[in-house]
Write a protein that binds this ligand. Sequence first.
Ligand code: GAP
Length: 497
Amino acid sequence: MDTIVALCKRRGFIFASSEIYGGFNGFFDYGPLGVELKKNIRDCWWDDMVRRRDDIVGLESSIIMHPKVWQASGHVDGFTDPLVDCKASKLRYRADQLFFSPVVIDGNTVGYVSALESERTAAELQEAAESFKRKKAIQGTLAPVAPRDMTEATPEEIALIPSPATGEPGSLTPPRSFNMMFQTNVGALTDGSSVAYLRPETAQGMFVDFKNVVDTGRVKLPFGIAQIGKSFRNEITPRNFIFRSREFEQMEMEYFIHEDADWSKCHQEWIEWCRQWLLSIGLPDTHLSLYAHPKEKLAFYSRGTVDIMFRYPFGVQELWGIAARGNYDLTQHANASGKPQEIFDEATKKKFTPHVIEPAVGVDRIVLAVLCAGYAEEDVKDEKGNVEKRVVLRLSPRIAPVKVAILPLLKNKEQLVARAQALYKKLQRRYAVFYDESGAIGKRYRRQDEIGTPWCVTIDFDTIEKDGTFTLRDRDTMEQKRVTEADLFALLEEKVY
Ligand code: GAP
């Protein structure tokens, strides 16, 4: 992760927010290359999800909605995480991410150890237990640790579990519910009557505008409403760079189906659609897996949720959640607003409230996934045969921030520069391209490799003196071949869609 974070900063993909003031935990800025990468991901999703389908329409709802929306949706009462305070250090932890274990020697519990959730939680607890035994000089056989999280701790245990901040017991509080919605006030008054919320998900916009879309959009079941936009959550422990932040962007789609439709089949189809889409933007199959939420952990209205997981450097984590939500959301809004959210069934001549399948993904998590999967360091030979390290970002041409770099062989040869500039301007009308005339050609290739540019074009003397062809260099194979301008446009047409 450190390498990825350093590359993001060095090459202008992602910066800490408000960096000159020391940064702001859980917030990030996308730099010149990051903003292109993110836009390409959004555009691919929008094109594939909305424009290239006949059954899905788009929406852009407001970020701040009527507070009653969040009461009806259940977020005011239930959008909480369990929070544990350390009274000594003033640090806060998510109770389900803070693990502990009794230290058991010869069958007797002699103390407790704690560790924050990580790839090595159990191993860290075991090491802490061994160190505890050594420090206290207790003889006997240490039992293997039995990790549990703080939501499972009894009041007696909480008093004995050491804080990860101080290493001492006695300062951790019992878990309490912490609502993750950011509050604001709308209008001049700042009393309770003006409280509103920054949306914690884009999904509710689609439910609240359901009737508007049905009445105006010429849609027929099954159909979907899709939206891309910012969401905000006051995460207790934002972490792993942009993986869990407090301001992030979601791409969500609500697919409405008949109440009698085979929801399970539709759910499976959407899981596969999402998986295929991730492959289409270049994520390797080997890094993806599925996780079905256990029935007993689902919300009462939920029929099933499957997450597409991605193997990040810090562990296998949720990338995309695909939930079958019954007709809970529309029913809640119908009850709270007094306005039925129904559709008329021509076949049965009855009205009903449609059910929904919801694929919901975070753009930032996709950005992080493509950066992690695409990053590689390789030993290659330079023109003189010396071995050097090349950093390469294998981004799919669909999402790469720059599609082609145009490189005149020499910057002081007017004809080379004029031809390169002409091609650059022509390509620029349709594609994000980069013009670079400074430095040795090998160095210029390396600069493009590091930011994921799939192709470099070198304009040389043969281009202007012979047949007009130029050298096309492939980022992944490093192979070079001579192509015509028409070949280049055909290649881009095929690969960038
Ligand atoms: N409407 C359903 C919903 O919002 P969610 O699982 O809470 O479900 C959907 O969020 C997706 O949004 C997640 O799978 C993840 O990709 C992204 N996401 C959620 N919280 C995030 C955070 N704090 N930072 C970045 N992305 C987040």
